[in-house]
Write a protein that binds this ligand. Structure first.
Ligand code: SAM
Length: 293
């Protein structure tokens, strides 16, 4: 694919930029930079960044950061790789509304950071995520119950399908249910591997998680509820009562009775259950829940 010269979408320009800064790409940090010029403006616009505060995760050389800064009031971007900071000083020099924070997104005090920097503006998250920690980052953002509107992220295509899967569908996993507890997910568009420099071995997709103002189900102990869901999906090919019985230390007989009282077949598998049904099972066994850890 050919891109115009002398900008962040040109592999020739990127190679020169990185060479000038003595920068070597890190595979382990997931450094595949977007070079397809149509993707970043589209992502920025669909993220709801317009006149709002944006948290970006992983700037790379700043190609998405720039597009966000053009339409947002302020962009706060967290990048782990200190070697990228001098590069960003050059590529983002024309923008006054960008603040780069050189840290690991999983270690930043996000509630404090967002509270201090956003100054009452609506907050959106937008990022082309490093694929090696896609799920931990998404779950971290959701579980912190941050005061944010949405999370628009590029992830591996298969991860996007799993994250956005409907409960009860074949693709549904523990993360699909957790995501649906906190948000309403949307699959926005696919992105081919040729849109990156260097190209990764997989295709990607952009998803948007619209944060729920109130959860769709009432649960008293959310961490325990998600432990049950993870236990249920730990052996997804088996009928639900097998993994639940072994992981939660509850007899199969007892579990059969609970399912029967809820009008759920004893042969049901985790992927066939809705979030509501999981909530009912959890509430029924809560008193007998014994953690084996
Ligand atoms: N946004 C850029 C783009 O679209 O071209 C770069 C995306 S690249 C897929 C992922 C970026 O995340 C890299 O710059 C990498 O250094 C950074 N990164 C990796 N792990 C990180 C972490 N734990 N916290 C913050 N940034 C991280």
């Amino acid at each position: 694919m050919e891109y115009s010269e002398n900008n962040l979408s040109s592999p020739k320009y990127i190679k020169k930029l990185l060479k000038d800064h003595n920068f070597s790409l890190s595979k382990s940090l997931g450094q595949n930079f977007l070079i397809n010029p149509s993707i970043c403006p589209k992502m920025a616009e669909m993220s709801g960044a317009q006149n709002n505060f944006v948290l970006e995760i992983g700037t790379g050389i700043g190609v998405l950061t720039k597009e966000l800064a053009k339409i947002a009031k302020k962009v706060c971007a967290v990048e782990i790789d200190s070697n990228l900071i001098p590069v960003l000083k050059e590529t983002l020099s024309e923008f006054k509304n960008i603040e780069i924070i050189n840290q690991d997104i999983l270690k930043v005090d996000l509630p404090k950071l967002l509270n201090e920097k956003s100054q009452g503006m609506k907050i959106c998250v937008c990022a082309n995520l490093p694929y090696y920690i896609t799920s931990p980052i998404i779950m971290h953002l959701l579980e912190l119950n941050l005061n944010i509107e949405s999370i628009t992220v590029m992830v591996q295509k298969e991860a996007a399908q799993r994250i956005c899967a409907q409960p009860g569908s074949r693709e549904c996993g523990a993360i699909s249910l957790a995501v649906r507890y906190y948000s309403t997910p949307e699959l926005l568009f696919n992105v081919s591997r040729g849109s990156f420099f260097p190209p990764p071995n997989v295709d990607s997709a952009v998803i948007k998680l619209n944060i729920n103002k109130t959860p769709p189900i009432q649960i008293e102990n959310t961490p325990k509820f998600f432990e049950l869901i993870r236990a249920a999906f730990s052996q997804r090919r088996k009928v639900l009562i097998n993994p639940l019985s072994s992981k939660l230390n509850i007899s199969k007989e007892n579990l059969k009775n609970i399912l029967s009282n809820l009008n759920i077949s004893p042969n049901v598998r985790a992927e066939q259950l809705s979030l509501d049904q999981f909530a009912n099972i959890f509430n029924s066994i809560q008193n007998q829940y014994v953690d084996k850890k």
